[in-house]
Design a protein around this ligand. Structure first.
Ligand SMILES: [Fe+2]
Length: 283
């Protein structure tokens, strides 16, 4: 197996994330950046401007009048929502492909990622956090490493599953023993290569080991719980989905009980349908 750095450079079926999206992800969390600066950033990208206006004028928002400018759009839907739907629109095409190495059929990783984004955001909203938009983003990209390792895992899946079953170790640990790194490490490396914010990189890297998070433990805990919750409903289970359990540190970090988590599941289905329709508008 080649070193991870080399592997990331070799990947051509993963498109670079457009600069504008990376910039938006950074500035949307910067309290020193004004709405005016955000508007400036977006309005220089005509294709993006059109998508954002289409999103705001969709029947989902049902606004009483037409939105004609990015400035008005930001007021109505908010920066986080805008950034998340733009990011989701960029990722949807390569997330839709089948990830056979992980036993995921066409569209399954996409459904899992959108559902995890919604679940992570719902967990954050329950605690009234103003970072719920970032929780959505982190949930959306937490499994990005699966796209990188898909074909390699496919070749070694029997060996990996043998380790999981016989030695009772986590799937990620087994990936690491067989391939040299796990999909969470590969995902974090890609996110770094894309220059994404550190909190998001940590959410990708530690969503299966939330106790290891240092910079953004709450965010990591939310994605950890959101991910397992979606797997427990059968969304994107694949080969590894049953090899995970809720970590007590994440329950503590978010103040959630198991019963709270299952209650959230009722809302996720409706949210999922709405989110998918909206992402379609910016894809
Ligand atoms: Fe996941």
């Amino acid at each position: 197996m080649m070193p991870l750095d080399q592997l990331i450079r070799k990947i051509d079926d993963i498109p670079p994330l457009p600069d504008i999206v990376v910039k938006l992800l950074h500035v949307s969390r910067d309290p020193n950046v004004s709405t005016r600066e955000m508007v400036e950033l977006i309005k220089h990208d005509p294709a993006l401007t059109i998508k954002v206006l289409r999103l705001c004028n969709s029947s989902y928002y049902g606004l009483p009048r037409k939105i004609n400018s990015i400035q008005e759009a930001l007021v109505y839907i908010g920066t986080d929502t805008l950034v998340n739907f733009v990011l989701a629109g960029c990722l949807s095409s390569f997330y839709q492909t089948a990830q056979n190495g992980y036993g995921l059929e066409e569209g399954e990783l996409w459904r899992h990622s959108v559902a995890c984004a919604i679940a992570s955001q719902r967990i954050s909203l329950r605690n009234n956090e103003d970072t719920h938009g970032q929780a959505f983003t982190a949930g959306l990209i937490h499994d990005i490493g699966k796209i990188i390792l898909n074909s390699y895992v496919g070749l070694e899946i029997n060996h990996i599953m043998e380790l999981v079953e016989q030695h009772q170790i986590a799937f990620g640990e087994a990936e690491k023993q067989v391939l040299g790194f796990s999909h969470t490490e590969a995902g974090a490396k890609l996110a770094r290569h894309w220059n994404l914010p550190e909190a998001l990189i940590e959410a990708i890297e530690f969503h299966q080991q939330p106790q290891r998070a240092k910079l953004a433990p709450k965010l990591v805990a939310q994605v950890h719980l959101g991910n397992i919750l979606c797997l427990s409903f059968g969304i994107g289970v694949g080969t590894d989905g049953l090899a995970y359990t809720f970590h007590p540190s994440a329950m503590e970090e978010t103040g959630m009980e198991i019963a709270d988590l299952y209650q959230l599941s009722l809302d996720i289905h409706d949210d999922y349908k709405k989110a998918e329709d909206l992402i379609g508008l910016v894809a």
